[in-house]
Write a protein that binds this ligand. Structure first.
Ligand code: MOS
Length: 702
C-alpha cells in the first residue's frame, strides 16, 4: 500500500499540543536585546516633536529609534504591502503606526522606556469608514484583473423571468494566530540572521535586503515552528524591517515580539466588503446573467484589493457574467489576504443571492446549483483541470441528510427552537508557485529532504516525507525533512493553499530523480529499495544528493479551482434568537489527498474559520479616532469549543492530472469558503429572516 493516502499523525503534534514547539519568543540567544514599539495614537496627521530624553535615562537602555535617527530604507522589491515605509518621516497615516522602537538590555527596561518617549502630534481628521466615502472608489490593478466581463449582462437581465438584486456586507476580520508575529535578528559579523514567525522566509529576505541595501547572501531567514499565520505572516511587515535595521545599526542581536494588541495594526487584516449581486434567471432558476461588484477599504499609502467577486467568474454556467473590484482609501493599516481571501468574503454574497433565487424559483437549493452546474469555466471558457463538485453535492447532501429538509422557512423545529438547514457552494482558485527541493540518501539508508518551506501548522513535516518515501519506496520513518531556512533550496510561501501541490511536486521530482540515479549507478534495470545502500557502497559513496524542482508551467490551459458543497444546521431559540450552529458538513473536490488526517484537519479548521465569519468575527473601528475598538481576544470574538459543533469534512476521490505533478490541488482554504452563506441560508430557513450581512447577530433576528 502506498504511504500517500495514509493518515499519519503529524510529527510535530505532541510538541505543538504540549506547547513545547519553540516560537520566536522562546528562542534563547545570548546577549539579545529587547525591542518595544511605540505606536501612533492618532490616525492622521504628523509628528510635531518626538523627545527620547527621558527614555534614554532608563537603566539598560540602548537606543530609541525614531524617524529622526532610523536608517533610510531603500525601495522594497518583490513583496507587496510596504510602499509606505515606516519611521522614515513624520507623516502619520493610521492609528497604531510605529513611531519609535525602543531597544534595551531587558524587556522590562524597554517597556519602561517606551512609556517615556514623548510625542506631540499635529492631528488631522481621519477618513475611517469606507462606506461613507464610496464616491472615492478606485480601481487597483496590481495583483489581478479587477474587472471581467463576458456576454451581455444587460440583455440577460432584460430577458430574465426572475431578478434578484441585493447588497451584502462582510466585516473587517483579524487573523489572531496563536503566535503573534515577531522577529529575532541576530547580527553575526556583518550578516543578518533572522529567526522569524513567517509564512514566507524568502519574501522577508527580499524585503530586508532591498530595504537595507544588503546583498541577499548576507541575509538569512529561518523559521522552525510558526504558531499559525492564516495569511497574517504571508507578506513581510514593518516590524521585521525595523527590528533588522536596529540590529544592523547597533551591531547587536535584537528581538521584538508584537503584543497581541499590536498585531491588529502591525500586520494586515481581512477588509470588510460591500457587495452588490444581481442575478437574472429563467423561471426554472437557470441563470441568464450575473453581476457582482465589491468594494473594500484599503490604506492611504499601500494597496490591497479584496477580489471578492473572483469566485463568481468561475462557479456557475451562465452566458453573461460581470465582476468588478474597487477600493476606498482610509486611514487604517493596509489589509492583506486572510484564510480564504477573495472567494471567502465573495461567496457569502453570491451564495446568499443563490438561496434567494432558489426561494423565488421554488427550487431546492442543491437542485438549483445542479441546474447551473458549470462544465467549463464560464468566464475564461477553459475546461477545468479536474472537477468533482457534482459528487460533492451528492456526498455532502447524503452525509447531512438533506433529503429530510422541508423547504418552507420555520417549518422545522424542536420545541421552541427553530431549526434551519442551509447550503452553499464553495470555490477557491488554485494558486501555484515554483519550488525547489533536494533529496539525499545516506549510507545508513536515511533519506533527507531539504526545502526552504515553512511549517505554520499544516502538517508539512509529515506530508513531505510521505511524498519522498512513496517515490523511493522506502519506509516513511526513514525520511527526514530539513526546512525553514532561506539557505535551503527555495520554496514558495506557505500561502494560497499551494504548499502541498507546489513544494510537494518539487520533492516528488527530486525523489524520483534520486531513484533513477540510483538505478543508473546500480547498472541493472531494476533496483529494490533494500539495495539502495548496496549501490552507494559499490560506488564508494557516503551519500547521494539530487536536486529537483517544479514550476507551474503545465496546465495553464485549464481553469484550476477547488470546490466544495457545504451544509449547515442552525438552531435558533424563538424567544432569544441567538443563532447557533449545531452541525456542519462539507464535501470537497481538491484533487488527490496526500494525508487524510492532515487534510481533514485543514478542511475542518477551515469550516470552523467560516463559523467565525458567519457568527462572531467583527473588528470594529471607532469612526472618530480610527482606532480598533478591541485589540484583544476578549472583544474580538473567534469560535471557542462551545461555538463549534460536530464538523465533518469529506472529499471526492480525485486525481488532478494538470494542477500539479502530485495530482493534488489545495485544502488549506476552501474549507473556509461557503460556510458563512450556508449558515446565513440556514438562519433564513429557520427564522424566515433574510440576513445579508455577516457576522449574523441576535439583533438582526429580533
Ligand atoms: Mo493564506 S490567506 O493565502 O495565508
Amino acid at each position: 500500500m502506498s504511504v500517500i493516502g495514509t493518515p499519519l499523525v503529524r510529527r510535530d503534534a505532541r510538541l505543538k499540543v504540549t506547547g513545547a514547539a519553540p516560537y520566536v519568543g522562546d528562542l534563547v540567544v545570548p546577549g539579545v536585546l529587547h525591542g518595544v514599539f511605540v505606536t501612533s495614537t492618532i490616525a492622521r496627521g504628523r509628528i510635531a516633536a518626538i523627545d527620547s530624553t527621558a527614555a534614554l535615562r532608563i537603566p539598560g537602555i540602548v537606543q530609541v529609534f525614531t524617524h529622526e535617527n532610523m536608517p533610510r530604507f531603500g525601495k522594497i522589491k518583490g513583496v507587496p504591502g510596504q510602499a509606505f515605509l515606516l519611521m522614515q518621516a513624520n507623516e502619520i497615516q493610521y492609528e497604531g503606526q510605529y513611531v519609535a522602537f525602543v531597544v534595551a538590555e531587558t524587556l522590562m527596561g524597554a517597556r519602561d522606556a517606551a512609556r517615556l518617549v514623548e510625542i506631540s502630534y499635529v492631528t488631522e481628521h481621519p477618513r475611517v469608514d469606507f462606506r461613507r466615502h464610496l464616491e472615492l472608489e478606485e480601481t487597483v490593478t496590481d495583483f489581478a484583473e479587477p474587472d471581467t466581463s463576458v456576454g451581455d449582462v444587460r440583455a440577460g437581465l432584460a430577458a430574465a423571468d426572475i431578478t434578484i438584486s441585493s447588497t451584502f456586507r462582510t466585516a473587517d476580520r483579524h487573523h489572531v494566530p496563536m503566535e503573534p508575529a515577531g522577529t529575532l535578528a541576530e547580527w553575526r559579523n556583518g550578516d543578518l540572521l533572522l529567526h522569524d514567525a513567517t509564512q514566507w522566509g524568502y519574501g522577508v529576505r527580499m524585503v530586508i535586503s532591498s530595504a537595507l541595501g544588503l546583498p541577499q547572501e548576507r541575509v538569512r531567514v529561518t523559521s522552525t515552528y510558526v504558531g499559525g499565520g492564516f495569511g497574517s505572516k504571508g507578506f513581510a511587515w514593518p516590524h521585521q524591517l525595523i527590528i533588522a535595521a536596529a540590529a544592523m545599526t547597533l551591531e547587536r542581536s535584537v528581538r521584538g515580539i508584537l503584543p497581541r494588541a499590536l498585531t491588529f495594526t502591525g500586520h494586515g487584516y481581512q477588509p470588510a466588503t460591500e457587495q452588490e449581486v444581481t442575478l437574472g434567471a429563467h423561471r426554472d432558476g437557470t441563470l441568464l446573467a450575473i453581476r457582482h461588484r465589491s468594494v473594500n477599504p484599503t490604506s492611504i499609502g499601500d494597496e490591497y484589493p479584496e477580489y471578492a467577486a473572483m469566485g463568481t467568474r468561475s462557479v456557475y454556467a451562465c452566458p453573461a457574467i460581470e465582476t468588478a473590484t474597487r477600493v476606498v482609501r482610509v486611514n487604517r493599516n493596509v489589509p492583506t489576504p486572510m484564510r480564504a481571501p477573495h472567494e471567502g468574503p465573495g461567496m457569502v454574497a453570491l451564495e446568499i443571492a443563490m438561496d434567494e433565487l432558489a426561494v423565488v424559483a421554488g427550487v431546492d437549493p442543491v437542485e438549483l446549483r445542479l441546474r447551473n452546474y458549470a462544465e467549463t469555466d464560464p468566464t475564461s471558457g477553459l475546461p477545468f483541470s479536474s472537477k468533482a463538485l457534482r459528487e460533492c453535492y451528492r456526498i455532502g447532501a447524503e452525509k447531512f441528510g438533506w433529503a429530510a429538509r422541508t423547504p418552507a422557512p420555520r417549518s422545522m423545529r424542536d420545541g421552541s427552537t427553530l431549526i434551519g438547514w442551509g447550503m452553499a457552494t464553495a470555490l477557491m482558485t488554485t494558486f501555484r508557485f515554483g519550488s525547489a527541493a533536494r533529496v539525499t540518501i545516506r549510507r545508513d539508508g536515511r533519506v533527507v529532504i531539504e526545502t526552504g518551506t515553512q511549517e505554520i501548522g499544516t502538517g508539512v513535516l509529515t506530508i513531505m516525507p510521505q511524498i519522498a518515501a512513496d517515490a523511493l519506496g522506502v519506509p516513511v520513518d526513514q525520511v527526514d525533512l530539513i526546512y525553514g531556512d532561506t539557505d535551503l533550496p527555495e520554496a514558495g510561501g506557505t500561502f494560497g493553499s499551494a504548499t502541498t501541490l507546489s513544494v510537494g511536486s518539487a520533492v516528488l521530482d527530486a525523489a524520483t530523480r534520486l531513484k533513477a540515479r540510483l538505478i543508473e549507478l546500480g547498472g541493472e534495470p531494476e533496483l529494490s529499495p533494500a539495495e539502495y545502500t548496496e549501490v552507494l557502497k559499490l560506488r564508494g559513496l557516503e551519500q547521494l544528493t539530487i536536486d529537483g524542482g517544479w514550476s507551474p508551467q503545465q496546465g495553464n490551459e485549464y481553469s484550476m479551482q477547488c470546490f466544495g458543497a457545504v451544509f449547515a444546521e442552525v438552531r435558533v431559540d424563538e424567544r432569544i434568537p441567538i443563532p447557533r450552529v449545531s452541525r456542519c458538513v462539507g464535501c470537497y473536490s481538491v484533487g488527490r489527498i496526500i494525508n487524510p488526517r492532515t487534510a481533514r484537519s485543514q478542511l475542518t479548521g477551515g469550516i470552523i474559520w467560516g463559523i467565525g465569519q458567519a457568527l462572531l468575527e467583527d473588528s470594529r473601528v471607532d469612526p472618530v479616532t480610527g482606532r480598533y475598538l478591541s485589540k484583544n481576544l476578549s472583544g474580538y470574538l473567534i469560535p471557542s469549543h462551545a461555538d463549534v459543533p460536530a464538523v465533518e469534512a469529506y472529499w471526492a476521490e480525485e486525481h488532478d492530472p494538470h494542477a500539479s505533478a502530485l495530482g493534488a490541488r489545495g485544502v488549506g482554504e476552501v474549507g473556509a469558503v461557503g460556510v458563512g452563506p450556508a449558515i446565513a441560508n440556514a438562519v433564513f430557513h429557520a427564522t424566515g429572516v433574510r440576513v445579508r450581512e455577516v457576522p449574523i447577530r441576535v439583533e438582526m433576528l429580533l
